[in-house]
Design a protein around this ligand. Structure first.
Ligand SMILES: [Zn+2]
Ligand SMILES: [Zn+2]
Length: 347
């Protein structure tokens, strides 16, 4: 076992605090990563506060991890000491079910193993990226291309792939009209990626407060959903709508914005069930869908795509001691657009 420094939650209500956690010894196919940066995802906050189910404490969250390979097991072939690498939302899966065989490990029939708060293959609890080191099986470690700065690359491992995967699946590209609902951590990545794929991009946000940002990030159009006239003016306008908002929305209103054969895909996860009128779907063969992160192969493809197009997240780098403050600011939507922890400040 390795004892490593971490920043962890010890209860659902208390602040996160410095501590040490255990990492397993480096196995034959494991990679030991010296973590440089870890992004703060809204999921981290939901999880450590027990809002998504009971949690074993202490728990170090963080599933937007980038760092440098410090050691590899004797059978490792994909990575070498000194490589720039990343780890996202999962650290293993069964590798045998249909989804795993297709390379869509995030949809593993036996449940993918989450980067933190999950039971690992050895029975221990996984611990996330708010720590100095992590040990991960090589198949769940991706390469971070040289062209990407490490801090701006960290959020790509969750926010990036979560938006890249549905944009690819529903064929965002030239001639396709894509709307992004919400301009936060996920939304700002969706705008950059859809633009780089060649789609015509519209941001649908509650107000016009972030309009200048949206246009700078690559949106062609920006509309306020708080203005009821918006829904009338934009009826039937989009081939794909990516909803990044976790709060409930009026599905029928958003479905009315789709053209024939259009799809509204949720990547945000509202706590309460949503309802819709089926007529909103059947009169123009529309679909309402969901999508979760992406497989390992697609995550690598996304990182390579971002390197090729010069895309990183817009980040605010913070020292570890500001994590609790950052959580409050995330909850107040006071971040443009992702907090990233400089893990060297844990030492
Ligand atoms: Zn996340
Ligand atoms: Zn599987």
């Amino acid at each position: 076992m390795l004892n490593v420094k971490a920043y962890a939650a010890t209860s659902p209500t208390g602040p996160l605090a410095p501590t040490t956690i255990e990492r397993r010894d480096v196995g034959p196919r494991d990679v030991l990563i010296e973590i440089r940066y870890a992004g703060i995802c809204h999921s981290d906050i939901h999880t450590v506060r027990g809002e998504w189910g009971p949690v074993s404490y202490p728990l170090a969250p963080g599933h937007e991890i980038v760092g440098i390979v410090a050691e590899v097991g004797p059978e490792v072939t994909r990575h070498a000491v000194g490589d720039r690498v990343g780890v996202g939302c999962m650290v293993n899966s069964c590798r045998e079910c249909d989804a795993c065989r297709r390379g869509e490990e995030q949809y593993c029939a036996n449940g993918m193993i989450g980067t933190y708060g999950a039971v690992d293959v050895d029975g221990t609890l996984t611990q996330g990226g708010y720590s100095t080191h992590v040990v991960v099986t090589e198949d769940f470690v991706v390469r971070v291309p040289e062209a990407l700065p490490l801090d701006a690359a960290a959020p790509l491992l969750c926010a990036g792939i979560t938006t890249y995967s549905p944009l690819r699946h529903w064929k965002a590209g030239p001639g396709r009209r894509v709307a992004v609902v919400g301009l936060g951590g996920l939304g700002h990545m969706a705008v950059k990626l859809a633009r780089a794929m060649g789609a015509e991009v519209t941001v649908l946000s509650q107000s016009l407060k972030k309009r200048d940002d949206g246009l700078r990030l690559g949106a062609d159009h920006y509309h306020a959903t708080g203005d009821p006239g918006t829904f009338e003016r934009l009826a039937g306008s989009f081939d794909l709508i990516v909803n990044t908002v976790s709060a409930g929305i009026d599905l029928d209103a958003y479905l009315s914005l789709l053209a024939v054969d259009g799809t509204l895909v949720n990547v945000g996860a509202p706590a309460e069930p949503l309802s819709l009128n089926v007529f909103s779907l059947l009169m123009a063969r529309k679909s309402f869908a969901g999508s979760a992160i992406g497989g390992i192969r697609e995550t690598q493809e996304m990182l390579d795509f971002c390197a090729e197009h010069g895309i990183g997240a817009e980040v605010e780098v913070i020292p570890a001691e500001k994590i609790n403050e950052a959580y409050e600011r995330v909850l107040a939507s006071d971040v443009r657009y992702r907090f990233v922890i400089d893990v060297s400040t844990l030492n």
